[in-house]
Write a protein that binds this ligand. Sequence first.
Ligand code: IMP
Ligand code: MG
Length: 173
Amino acid sequence: MRTLLSEEQIQQAVSNMACEVVETYGDKPLTIVGVLTGSVVLLADMIRKLSMPLRVGVVQASSYRGATQRGPLVINSDLMPNIANQDVLVLDDIFDTGNTLVELLALMDQLGPTSIRTAVLLRKLGQQEVDLQPDFVGFDIPNEFVVGYGLDYQDEFRNLPYVACLEPDDLRD
Ligand code: IMP
Ligand code: MG
């Protein structure tokens, strides 16, 4: 495993993203919705840097079946807060193909929010299959499988305070 982004680099990027979010929304109330499970660490760090009146909610989306192979996206919105007439910021760990956020936004759009924007810590360069781009991005990274700071491989490594690349030899599908 090779460290890609240090704890300090990540904290700086989260602070920068939080500043951009504050510039965008000002003092207006915001509903932030974290995509489980990968966004939990970013969500916890981000909300403590935001100063506007804030509601915090979560939605679950998963497309990984076991290892790195994709299955169909499954969305569980049982825990999602009421977003009607709210300004909403959806937070995810990584923007890869983009399909997760596109499908989530389509679902959330039907719930009548005032606005929806998206923020991700990482965006994988050249991997997107959708027209959408996130409104706030921490880092652009090469197309490698990464873990840590919420991101997992087979449900492990989410607790690493930094982001690391798994070498191909470490990946077992
Ligand atoms: P997308 O739908 O292809 O944009 O994928 C987004 C989801 O895939 C993220 O929320 C992650 O859970 C997962 N994912 C994509 N790339 C990685 C990676 O390199 N490491 C861990 N999870 C990843
Ligand atoms: Mg995820």
